[in-house]
Design a protein around this ligand. Structure first.
Ligand code: ATP
Ligand code: MG
Length: 229
């Protein structure tokens, strides 16, 4: 229950999960749920990236499809919401900009908690306005198999920020699922069952968004080029 509705002095706690979600999987859902109940968040909002500044090294599924999959994956959980703010905004979106916009939308009585995996958090210094990200939201960093979190390096790069105050390290059950692994499996016709919700698997099959390699290669060679124009 949203306690801010009964007690006007109590701040509403909003979790935010940014990601490419190409596709969304059970690892994302698990960490959002863990952060939600462990930190007493009123909601967790999933925010798929539009044209992500940090990932232009491989083909990214159109935002419209990634958004549809996030909606399907989260629709049965009343504590989950989806925001298309980064998809609807033209051009590159930066997290600091998104946090400012959301703070304005939700109002001052809402505290923001930005949930990320250690792999993403380790890159924080390369983001746009990392100090602002940590000022606008508390950063909830969850563990992920194979990644360590360089807190000392982050603190050295952000001397103005008290990480003890702004950072929450959350131990969650380790899940070795990634969207990359799912895309690789689909390319090789390997089962993805139980790695992501059935509804999302159904969508992937219907829309044929991740074709197996043998179907992709002839299609590309027919076009003559696999490059963007
Ligand atoms: P890709 O392999 O394409 O990078 P991904 O599985 O890392 O996909 P993203 O959309 O890049 O998914 O991640 C969104 C957020 O979820 C990031 O903060 C990432 O660290 C976190 N995350 C994703 N999968 C896991 C996982 N299995 N355990 C913990 N955190 C995760
Ligand atoms: Mg990733």
């Amino acid at each position: 229950m949203n306690t801010s509705e009964t007690n006007p002095h109590k701040h509403r706690k909003l979790g935010l999960m940014g990601g490419t979600f190409d596709p969304i999987h059970n690892g994302h859902l698990l960490i959002a749920n863990e952060a939600g109940w462990r930190l007493g968040l009123d909601k967790v909002v999933f925010i798929p990236t539009g044209d992500p500044p940090h990932k232009q090294d491989h083909y990214i599924t159109p935002a419209r499809c990634r958004l549809a999959m996030v909606r399907l994956a989260t629709q049965d959980n009343p504590h989950f919401e989806v925001s298309a703010i980064e998809i609807e905004r033209p051009g590159l979106s930066y997290t600091a900009q998104t946090l400012r916009a959301l703070q304005e939308d939700y109002g001052e009585a809402t505290d923001l908690y930005f949930i990320i995996g250690v792999d993403a958090a380790a890159d924080l210094l390369s983001w746009n306005e990392p100090d602002q990200v940590l000022t606008l939201a508390k950063l909830v960093v969850v563990n992920r198999p194979g990644f360590d979190f360089p807190v000392a390096k982050l603190q050295a790069g952000l001397p103005e920020i008290d990480l003890n105050e702004r950072l929450i390290l959350l131990d969650v059950p380790l899940v070795e699922i990634s969207s990359t692994e799912i895309r690789h499996r689909l390319a090789q016709n390997i089962s993805i069952r139980y790695l992501l919700p059935e509804e999302v698997i159904g969508y992937i099959e219907r829309e044929k968004i991740y074709l197996p390699q043998e179907e992709v290669l002839p299609a590309l060679s027919k076009k003559g080029s696999s490059d963007a124009h």
